[in-house]
Design a protein around this ligand. Sequence first.
Ligand SMILES: O=P(O)(O)OC[C@H]1O[C@](O)(CO)[C@@H](O)[C@@H]1O
Length: 547
Amino acid sequence: MALFTELKSFQALKAHFEETKNLHMRDLFAQDAERFAKFSTTACGIELDYSKNRITEETKALLLDLAREAKVEEKRDGMFAGARINTSEDRAVLHTALRNKSGKPVLCDGVDVMPEVQATLAKMKAFVNEVHNGTRTGYTGKKFTDVLAIGIGGSFLGPKIMTEALKPYRVDGIKVHFVANVDGSHIHDVLATLPIESTLVLMSSKSFGTQETLKNTETAKEWFLANGGKFEDIAKHFMCVSSNIKAATDFGMDADNIFPMWDWVGGRYSLWSAIGLPIALALGFDNFEALLDGAYEMDQHFLNTPLEDNVPALLGVLGVWYINFFGAQSHVLLPYDHYLRGFPAYVQQLDMESNGKSATPTGDYLDYSTGPVIWGGEGTNGQHAFHQLIHQGTVLIPADFIMPIHSQHEMSNHHAMLASNCFGQTQALMQGKTVEQVKAEFAGKGLTDEEIEKVAPQKVFEGNKPTNTILVDKLTPKALGQIIAMYEHKVFVQGIIWGINSFDQWGVELGKVLGNDVLAKLEDSSIELNGDSSTNALIERFRNRNA
Ligand SMILES: O=P(O)(O)OC[C@H]1O[C@](O)(CO)[C@@H](O)[C@@H]1O
């Protein structure tokens, strides 16, 4: 397979970039009253306005040629059909099977995975209902009021952030608390608030080998035993989700309390599996199913819509345009929705762990950029902080603005004000403010020409900053499922174009190995310090001051 930069369409785009890089969107809008109509589309009710991008119709056509030449469609179909596209781990990538509502089988190595998926969903549903209706109780017979969800990375971010995003849909009578960090302060603070007799501990770890999660679960177990719980009561209070059933049972988990997952689900794609149990416990199983329904709808859109109107594909190629031609190194996510404030952190793992790669599965090192830094925060707060750099800084930062048309809480005209800021920001980023406009504003203010010359450049907005606006009717569980799947598929499209494996994460391994080596040295001062002088000194400081 040719590297991305060797593709014919890449060369065509390079030439096109040289011809069009100085076009200003201000002029493109002025020249074409149909620009919005040409560069906007919908997917399952989500509207994407991508007209405020530095593209022409030819750019779009060339970018889609690139996607086609990179075989995005063929590889997309392969992923849905269970091809082993995660080659470095020799695994299929089938998170889409977890929300498959087609009634059709999904084969992995010739075996239909759907019966297991459905059985697990049924087990989840029964479990959630039992907890909610009080037929499953703690060791003293009390109804569960609190869930302590322990996990990290993909076994944490999805459940935590989606539970937060869908706060208005939470069921009464149960609170879900999340602990991820191995920093003892986190679990200390959370445990201090929990009632032993009515707390359910739900540990999520696909591998059942993650240091942070194991430690936090042990600490929760010690807390349980030290505060009235007995060893034989553990089975009533401790559950887990894992693909490593043996490690889970060795740890002391009751086999009945283990929810399975599969090696064909990557951690950052796992909230649709039993890893999503905290979401179902917080929101009710119906709402969890609505999340799956939304994702399924987006899967169908991604599978069946020509690339010209395929929202994940368009988002993917636009990202490539800025990263590989304009040299953008980051991409900012700006949800104008308080409940979605954590969403950038979710996409950050999804995108950066997937596409933060620098070699191909066939052993070539890349000489072009891949995944960008993903960051962001809720609007309007960011407008009073980091937007300054997006407007007037020296780096190009493409942005996604996510805006629900309806608020969860209609409070006087708050929502119109929120929307006005969202739309006003994308307008300002696109059109900017010219030096002539700035100078005209000085007229009659008594400034000398010299003074104006000095101040004016600081007030100029170059504009031409690309944005996508993603409009949703309301942030329901279904809409959120659509949005998450949309970003999953965007990341997939980019990974295919760059020729990388988006589904492994070897980059996190070295740190884990060295972390364990350092831990042994911190805890046993007889171990010789044989590392570099900096690491040796840091270990020594810690040892001496904890002696
Ligand atoms: O679910 P596990 O196996 O505990 O892994 C947690 C997370 O750790 C990672 O490997 C990163 O360290 C993620 O990919 C994963 O989601």
